[in-house]
Design a protein around this ligand. Structure first.
Ligand SMILES: [Ca+2]
Ligand SMILES: [Ca+2]
Ligand SMILES: [Ca+2]
Ligand SMILES: [Ca+2]
Length: 237
């Protein structure tokens, strides 16, 4: 059995306030097309020791994989590109791409992912009223990853773990991203722009992200109080 854990990047547009209108003809934009192009860069891996190192693959900007030759003997992280229409100002959030960690139990001798940057670039195009596409805006999450050693008993992991032992993602530049709590235990990232006298704010949410246990932060090589998520190991041996 293969464990796929999916975390969704959501983006939503809200208008916290309108700036002073300098033009009587300025219209609020009600509806948008959106294009979210995400990709990985700067992947780091554990050192190869020349024995049973497996292989790494970063040729697809939307996928990083590592491990053996067979699919069941590799793990990967991937992110979707999405685009769509009908994003409403002050309306519901739309899906901005799904981040997936395909977490297989693989040989500890293999070279494994330790860190990567995930950049998500959003392009908005007004459709009601229609207008030219806005300049793209990007946000980059600098992430650590720990392919933890697996144990029979989750109690032996050294940090609170559901499987034996969960792998750990943490975000290194979390403080710089200006994240705010969303009131539901998660975080969102706000980016604003001004168009025709109105200030629009895009809220990007990373569903499932939270403050991790101190021991999990240490196991991931991050600082106490780190923000990240744990992903369960395949437990069907
Ligand atoms: Ca992409
Ligand atoms: Ca793993
Ligand atoms: Ca090796
Ligand atoms: Ca593990």
């Amino acid at each position: 059995m293969k464990t796929e854990l999916k975390r969704t990047l959501l983006s939503t547009l809200i208008v916290p306030f309108a700036l002073v209108a300098t033009s009587a003809s300025a219209d609020l934009i009600n509806e948008w097309d959106y294009d979210v192009d995400s990709g990985f860069s700067g992947a780091d891996f554990t050192a190869a020791d020349g024995e049973n190192d497996g292989s790494t693959d970063t040729t697809d900007e939307n996928v990083i994989s590592w491990g053996g030759a067979d699919d069941e003997d590799r793990s990967s992280v991937s992110i979707e590109d999405v685009n769509g229409s009908g994003l409403m100002t002050n309306g519901d959030a739309v899906a901005g791409g799904t981040f997936t960690h395909d977490n297989n139990i693989i040989d500890a001798d293999y070279v494994a992912l330790t860190g990567f940057d995930l950049t998500s670039t959003l392009t908005l195009t007004p459709t009601d009223p229609a207008g030219p596409a806005l300049p793209p805006t990007s946000i980059t999450f600098m992430s650590f990853f720990s392919e933890t050693l697996n144990r029979d008993d989750p109690a032996d992991c050294g940090f609170p773990s559901t499987s034996g032992c969960d792998d750990i993602f943490t975000i290194d530049n979390f403080d710089e991203l200006g994240a705010v709590e969303n009131g539901m235990g998660g975080f969102e990232f706000a980016q604003s722009f001004v168009l025709d006298d109105y200030k629009y704010t895009v809220f990007l949410e990373l569903v499932g992200l939270g403050v991790l246990d101190d021991d999990a932060c240490l196991a991931a090589g991050a600082q106490i109080g780190c923000v990240g998520l744990l992903t369960e190991e395949d437990t069907a041996n």
